[in-house]
Design a protein around this ligand. Sequence first.
Ligand SMILES: Cc1ncc(C[n+]2csc(CCOP(=O)(O)OP(=O)(O)O)c2C)c(N)n1
Ligand SMILES: [Mg+2]
Length: 633
Amino acid sequence: MPGLPPVTQRQRYAHVPHERSAEAGKQGGTADPTGSSLTRGDEPLAALLTPQRTPPTQAHANRTLTGGALACEALLAAGATTLFGYPGGAALPFYRELARYPRLRHVLVRHEQNAAHAADGYARATGRVGVCVATSGPGATNLLTGLATAYMDCVPVVALTGQVARAAIGTQAFQEVDVIGMVGPITKGAFQLKSAEDIPAVFAEAFRLAAEGRPGPVLIDFPKDVQLATVELSEPLADLAPAEYECELDPAADFALRQAAALLNSAERPLVIAGHGVAMAGAASALLRLAEASGVPVGTTLLGLGVFPQHHPQSLGMVGMHGTVQANLAMQHADLIVGVGMRFDDRVVGRPKDFAPGARIVHVDVDPQSFGRVVRADVPVLADARAALDGLASLAEWRARAAWWTRLQQWTDDHAACGIVDTHMAPPDEPPTTPEVIRALRRVLGGAATVVADIGQHQMFVALHHGFDRPGQVLTSGGLGTMGYALPAAMGVKTAEPGRAVWAVVGDGGFQMSAAELSTLVAARLPVKVLVVNNQCLGMVRQWQELFYDNVYSHSLLPQPDFEALAKAHGIWATTVRRRDQLENALREAALHPGPTVVDVRVPVEETVYPMVPAGSTPGDVRCVDAVDASFC
Ligand SMILES: Cc1ncc(C[n+]2csc(CCOP(=O)(O)OP(=O)(O)O)c2C)c(N)n1
Ligand SMILES: [Mg+2]
């Protein structure tokens, strides 16, 4: 691309690589805070401007492009096909050019936060980088919750924000906000474009940074004058997509893994806990191989649901605050815990100093900063989950461990029926319970759909009662716990996988935070199915008030409109279920309907999610609905 100066000078960018992007540095990225060497491996970033993997074969006439158009070209060259966004003044030069790029599908959302959630859903469904766009000022700040959600759950997203012209930056111009300053703690990096000529290199770097190591969001701030500036392009852009990640063990990881395998082979009460990292690394089959080669029980985190088939005899289900009794007790009584691609966060660990007192802890992660953050890591293994699980599977020896399995089976059997209503015995004209609703959904969908769960009691009931057998079958906001996530994220999934049924399962609270997107479902022809689990309250808040705040239901009962009428006002097929004998037919009818649908299911107000590990206690303190104190187990 003659005419483009080499981009080797750090001062071309306002790039904010913070310490959390250390893994980028590990892999030759941009974690150098001085920015003196913006490189990818040993090659200067300028090399990204020259064709690498798909050299152009045909002569190409010189073209004059605006920065906005070059950004569209760069998005295509980086592999983007879909953007979720919302325009505004400082993004209009880009939007004018976008209209000339039909290969870039733009889904117009109704709130920028939802653009970020949709890009997040798209990324989780495809494993590729999701893209969202907003204007400057309020558009940019509206993105933040969505970016923080993606950051906490390690989802690769590139956010493009309009910015006031460079000359106006720092003058408190209309709709000027220092978005680069704001996103530091919730992105892996942020760039402000200083010149249109930098666009290819910055986009390549942003996509690489978003996807590599521990994935996450990256922001590109795009001043209006840079969008309007012109550049000469004499050749098509090089392939700017992130390179395929090589998942090989380095010698240190290999050594640590051998230690881990020795511990595993000699352990009497081992447990493997698999998290989101296993799904992201495409390591579910390696996990299955390890489990079957060693005979160890497997639990998953909330975001790990599906990476190990829940019907498998070695599956204990989910660990954590609302995990199963057997998975939590297994953690607390284990002599070895192998955590893979998970963070040992507070919802899993409870009180760190009393967590799993008799266990050695092996922690496998791509992010070295995750080791020891909450609990000790006796054997940290800095490795990609797939490489580590493959390695462990080849070193593992099968052992029966009859005494351990007897205890695990006892815990499972003791609580197998907890919280489950016998539908055949229950009065048909009463509202169904949420566990019944989730089990009916599973029956109707046969497990084929992607389920996107919002935040609250219904989310935990989904985790406990649906049963997940493959990675990507359920998505939810695990780390930030962002209400209003499910519906826009489901839009992103549906855009990525039009042939797959996509169900957003939301509470009445979360639905009221995201219902504006019903309009997007219709306009963008996205037949997402919405199941509102309607307990007429902020159920999870109500539960905590009942258990820990003296039954003072302060502001947790939620007035609401008629959701069926609201959906119909958008032209969406909708129905309300008030009796359990209406439930399954309503779900079937919604599933068969070709367009978007809303099923508003009235469930009892006073449900409580069990099992529950009260905050600040240990997994051994798990309580169950039958009031059996699990510590006696
Ligand atoms: C944006 C946001 N605000 C507040 C909360 C705190 N919060 C967690 S669960 C919950 C209640 C959710 O109510 P609803 O959507 O009706 O689901 P339910 O618990 O009733 O199933 C609240 C307010 C949150 N997680 N996210
Ligand atoms: Mg509710």
